[in-house]
Design a protein around this ligand. Sequence first.
Ligand SMILES: [Fe+2]
Ligand SMILES: [Fe+2]
Length: 152
Amino acid sequence: MTPTLEPSLPWSDALLLGYPEMDAEHREFVELVGRLQSAPDEELGAHLAAFEVHARRHFGTEDTWMEETGFPPRDCHQKEHAAVLQSLEEVQALHAAFGRCDVVRSFADELARWFPGHADYLDSALAAWMSKRRHGGRPVVLRRGAAVSEPG
Ligand SMILES: [Fe+2]
Ligand SMILES: [Fe+2]
């Protein structure tokens, strides 16, 4: 069965956090989750593999930033990353062994629900922290035509 669903989390500049390396990863995350939701069944294995490469790099980079800079509230942030990677492994195993595309679709839907909150509460604090270290200030988020300084 090929889904006719549209990705449920389209990219929006509202997701920008003002730390360019992180914003680039987040754009890619949204794109790859969208593919897991909308690609034909026969392409799902390849998209899952691409998502795994992305997720390990994306979460690994954030984890490394938190460790290298001694970011104080890193515990629950790293735990969320680890939980997603754990689920990913389970989903990949079910897909590889039994061709369970339904499990992949549910996982993608769950990722699309999870991500905005994760970005808002956890990644945004890390983006602010990293920008501060780099520029000595809070990030400036540029959204179509308007420069918005994050409230500090
Ligand atoms: Fe992130
Ligand atoms: Fe994160």
